[in-house]
Design a protein around this ligand. Structure first.
Ligand SMILES: [Zn+2]
Ligand SMILES: [Zn+2]
Length: 257
């Protein structure tokens, strides 16, 4: 614990570094777990990709620092000064607000990601500068989840620390949001579909992003820009369904059906 009278710059430094270590550990645990599962379920899927995986881990560790620093600073401000709309009292808001807050955070992250991601593909200068690193993973692996250029990491790192000052959320629900972000980030890059085909082709599956949907983005580039939901892709006509390599087409998988 950091004493309350610690100079603010030192508190930010210590809290930011501690949070960066936690984000890095979370990355190693989640990506490591699904990479291990991949070895069991799809032996040899990542063979010949050791050099790519080393690059992905290097960029992901830099991303952990960039994600952790502002998150640690905001957490310290909340913990020691009560700043932000984070809360721990289950009675502070009605119970129905708990899932609503989770959805609001996911939707805000998804919207920011969709439009910034689409812009990076639309403007070659932005793509080259900030996003080409992520697409150096060909094909992506369970270690690609946080493999971003520092500029792209920065654009994703600031949203949640800003949101906690705007949209109230229980600390446990924020943990759930970050858990969903971590698991979906890894699962959607790992190169095989973990979800049952029946779910992927279900009504809900046609609105939620899965590995076979994001893989299509890594194959074709100019489509499937979303993070969690297919909402913006479907509304804006950029949804091109699934990667045939991961999930064979299904009549009901067509957009708009
Ligand atoms: Zn990706
Ligand atoms: Zn992209």
């Amino acid at each position: 614990m950091i004493p309350a009278d610690t100079p603010i710059w030192l508190a930010f430094l210590v809290a930011g570094a501690a949070m960066a270590v936690m984000v890095a550990l979370r990355y190693f645990m989640a990506s490591g777990l699904f990479a291990w599962m991949t070895r069991l379920v799809r032996p040899g899927l990542y063979s010949g990709q050791n050099q790519q995986i080393s690059m992905e881990i290097r960029y992901s560790l830099i991303a952990a620092l960039i994600y952790g620093a502002p998150a640690g600073a905001v957490f310290w401000l909340w913990n020691h000064h009560g700043f932000s709309l984070l809360y721990t009292d289950w009675g502070a808001y009605p119970l129905w607000y708990l899932p609503v807050s989770v959805f609001l955070y996911l939707f805000a992250q998804d919207s920011w990601f969709y439009w910034s991601h689409r812009a990076m593909h639309r403007y070659p200068v932005l793509f080259k500068l900030a996003h080409s690193v992520h697409h150096k993973s060909r094909p992506p692996t369970a270690w690609t989840a946080m493999s971003f250029h520092p500029l792209e990491s920065l654009s994703g790192a600031l949203l949640v620390p800003i949101l906690v000052f705007v949209v109230p959320i229980h600390l446990a629900m924020l943990g759930l949001v970050l858990g969903i972000a971590t698991i979906m980030g890894v699962v959607n890059h790992m190169g095989w579909e973990v979800l049952p085909s029946r779910f992927v082709h279900s009504t809900l599956g046609r609105w939620v992003i899965s590995a076979s949907h994001h893989e299509k983005h890594h194959e074709d580039y100019g489509c499937n820009f979303g993070l969690y939901f297919r909402f913006w892709d479907r509304v804006c006509g950029t949804d091109r369904g699934f990667s045939q390599r991961l999930v064979p087409d299904h009549p009901s998988a067509q957009v708009g059906v």
